[in-house]
Design a protein around this ligand. Structure first.
Ligand code: MLT
Length: 410
């Protein structure tokens, strides 16, 4: 009989969001008339910007014509998109990233998991706690973590708590680690990292030969001009960091799928025998072997995100969701809830009222207010006693959610 990958058996029962989905579905079956408002998973609700849709329509017409039809594209992405990304997301900020350091893909969730293919099994891995669960689960799947304890922490991972007590700034690891996941603006806490904080991490990585896996999927929500959008704004970061970006949350692509990963040419790891090895060429090899590229139609739509009209329409989307975040934040604060994030990020992170655990509060909100959020403990042991609300929803639903939330906690 075929052997399975036993590491999968070490995973906690279900991935967080499907688990929430299961609980909500069972509530809805029992309460079919309840008008449930979902502020759980960070899934966009507003339509794709017109500039992007128009570019996709034009690309579909090209695909309908023998002269302009395209089959397989370059696995790393078409040059038109890689060049637009390099120019608008990096070079325009004075960051020297070139088009051939960009790998277009179908999502940052996939890339942050897939990147583990090119790293050795013996690397020591650090994650913040709470953390986007994909970083942990994909390390469990690849056998780097050992088993979980009762709180859900894996023996082989280094956890860096981020709570109100340390202003959500993780301390540097006490013993050396090789791979460090950082996500800013942060999912789930909605907090950001200053240049000084990121510089400390870059210095740490240089001193310890570590690589930072920097997830910047929410960078478009940064409103504070002092906050870096890319880790490469920090001097020396190209030698120690891979950056993940996504069009899901800014351009509304959660269902459309397009993202990219930046792997600088000078980033090095080492072989088992201690020889230096280029990470860029390894990732290129992996990408070309296991991925056939994002469709031409989607890449043409994505390119339009960088047109003048596209940029303006995306800015309007971001402003809309950030206004939702403000309404959530202020509505909750007005009834005495401690609230974090939601200024440079689409997530509002709150302390659960009284002594409620995260899951107790989840159940209470669902039962009494027909509201869905995400329990903080689902993101890690240090998220216990916290709760996340997503600002991705219609304005009417956000206003209604605030009113219902206030009734439950008042
Ligand atoms: C979240 O809610 O944390 C995100 O939607 C998850 C994701 O982007 O995969």
């Amino acid at each position: 009989m075929a052997l399975i990958n036993d590491h999968y058996l070490k995973l906690k029962a279900g991935y967080l969001f499907p688990e929430i989905g299961r609980r909500v579905n069972s509530f809805c079956e029992e309460n079919p008339s309840a008008a449930v408002i979902k502020l759980g998973i960070g899934d966009v609700t507003e339509p794709l910007p017109a500039a992007i849709r128009e570019a996709m329509h034009a690309a579909i017409d090209e695909m309908g014509n023998r002269e302009t039809f395209r089959g397989y594209g370059p696995e790393q992405g078409y040059a038109f998109l890689r060049e637009a990304i390099a120019k608008h997301d990096f070079q325009s900020r004075g960051v020297d990233i070139s088009a051939d350091e960009i790998f277009v893909s179908d999502g940052s969730k996939c890339d942050t998991g897939n990147i583990l293919d090119i790293f050795g099994a013996d690397n020591k891995v650090a994650v913040t706690d709470p953390v986007y669960p994909v970083y942990v689960d994909t390390n469990v799947m690849t056998g780097r973590t050992g088993a979980a304890d009762e709180s859900g922490r894996y023996a082989g991972l280094t956890y860096l708590p981020v709570t109100a007590e340390n202003d959500f700034v993780p301390a540097l690891p006490e013993s050396p680690v090789d791979l460090i996941y950082l996500c800013y603006p942060n999912n789930p806490t909605g907090t950001v990292a200053t240049k000084e904080t990121l510089k400390q991490w870059v210095d740490y990585a240089k001193a310890n030969g570590s690589i930072i896996l920097f997830d910047a999927a929410y960078e478009a929500f940064i409103t504070d001009p002092e906050i870096p959008h890319s880790i490469y704004e920090i001097e020396g970061a190209k030698e120690v960091a891979i950056e993940f970006r996504s069009f899901s949350k800014n351009a509304g692509f959660t269902g459309t799928r397009c993202a990219f990963t930046v792997v600088p040419k000078q980033l090095m790891g080492k072989t088992a025998s201690g020889e230096p090895a280029e990470i860029h060429s390894l990732w290129n090899r992996r990408h070309c072997t296991k991925f056939n590229g994002v469709s031409y139609i989607i890449q043409k739509g994505t390119e339009a995100a960088y047109s003048e009209q596209g940029k303006q329409q995306i800015k309007e989307l971001i402003t809309f969701y950030l206004e939702n975040a403000r309404l959530l934040r202020e509505g909750l604060e007005s009834v005495g809830i401690s609230v974090y994030g939601g200024v440079n990020a689409p997530y509002v992170w709150l302390k659960t009222p009284g002594e409620s655990t995260s899951w107790d509060f989840f159940d209470e909100l669902l039962q009494k207010a027909h509201l869905v959020g995400t329990p903080g403990s689902g993101f890690g042991a240090s998220g216990e006693g916290y709760f996340r609300l997503s600002a991705f929803n219609s304005r009417d639903n956000i206003n209604e959610a605030v009113t219902r939330f206030q009734k439950v906690v008042s």
